[in-house]
Design a protein around this ligand. Structure first.
Ligand code: 48F
Length: 261
């Protein structure tokens, strides 16, 4: 038996982590937020051979999916997104007509496993605090450790470059907020600013999530709940089809954009 050496354990972690970080200094797509929309987008882009990094502020990934509705850990998905439950191997049961229920823990773990195994790199406990800009375009992200943010420490961040950034930060729409405030130019919204999320209306919210998934500023796309919050759509509650479909749509559009000359 070889005696375990604490220094080798430490060295392995440091070596592997910095390899991962270095490999993601320049990516095709940088996704902010590791909720359902970010995870679906990350998986499909990585499966298409794109270099994808996903940054998540929290230690845990999965965003608002773990808690189902009011901590009852089940989610509901409608017929139009059933193919995505199937694609990610998430088991479901039909409920009345056209509704499907799934265990939220199985949903998050299946999406996360798919994303990592497809080749997307997830950086958890990393907060995106700003973007990297060039004249009229977003070209990357400014990142820092979440504990630095939590402790209010004055520590300069680091930065990465990306051909496209996706704001999948949910209700807070944090990347779009920074761009609206600090990057010259206007958002591609009716007012040129963030329209703001509206109160709950599940049917309308689900279709608008898909419609609102698009490029909101050169180099910056919005997906998931962030898309509705940006374009003034309502919230939808614990139905998740729109989130999954939004991730699918942004991936499809970016695969196309990335193949443009
Ligand atoms: O909120 P979230 O799950 O986003 P989503 O994919 O899904 C929304 C649903 O969960 C639910 C809903 C509908 O059914 O309305 O809310 O749109 O995940 C967003 C993730 O982004 C992280 C945050 O911690 C969460 O896990 N996040 C937010 N801001 C930042 C961030 C930031 N500045 N840097 C890194 N991560």
């Amino acid at each position: 038996m070889v005696e375990l050496d604490e220094r080798i354990i430490t060295e392995a972690i440091i070596h592997r982590f910095f390899e991962k970080l270095r490999a993601n200094l320049d990516v095709d797509v940088a996704i902010v937020g590791c909720g359902p929309s970010g995870l679906v987008a990350g998986t499909l882009l990585a499966e298409a051979g794109k270099r994808v990094a996903i940054f998540e502020r929290k230690l845990s990934i999965g965003g608002g999916m773990w808690g189902g509705g009011m901590l009852f850990n089940e989610i509901v998905v409608q017929e139009s997104a059933l193919h995505l439950l199937q694609r990610f191997g998430i088991r479901y049961v039909p409920y009345r007509d056209h509704y499907y229920a799934a265990d939220s823990i199985e949903a998050v773990t299946s999406l996360a496993r798919a994303a990592v195994q497809a080749g997307a790199t997830i950086f958890n406990t990393v907060t995106v605090e700003d973007v990297v800009m060039r004249p009229d375009r977003v070209i990357g992200l400014v990142i820092n450790w979440t504990p630095v943010e939590m402790a209010g420490l004055h520590v300069d961040p680091l930065a990465i470059h990306a051909r496209f950034v996706v704001d999948a930060t949910g209700h807070d729409t944090e990347v779009v907020r920074v761009v609206a405030k600090k990057v010259p130019g206007k958002l591609n919204t009716p007012s040129g600013q963030i329209e703001g999320e509206k109160s709950m209306w599940s049917e309308r919210a689900e279709s608008l999530t898909l419609e609102n998934t698009r490029e909101v500023f050169p180099g910056l796309y919005v997906a998931g709940m962030a898309a509705n919050a940006t374009y003034g759509g309502p919230r939808m509650g614990p139905i998740f089809g729109g989130m999954l479909l939004s991730g699918e749509k942004v991936a499809r559009e970016l695969i196309q954009r990335l193949s443009d000359p």
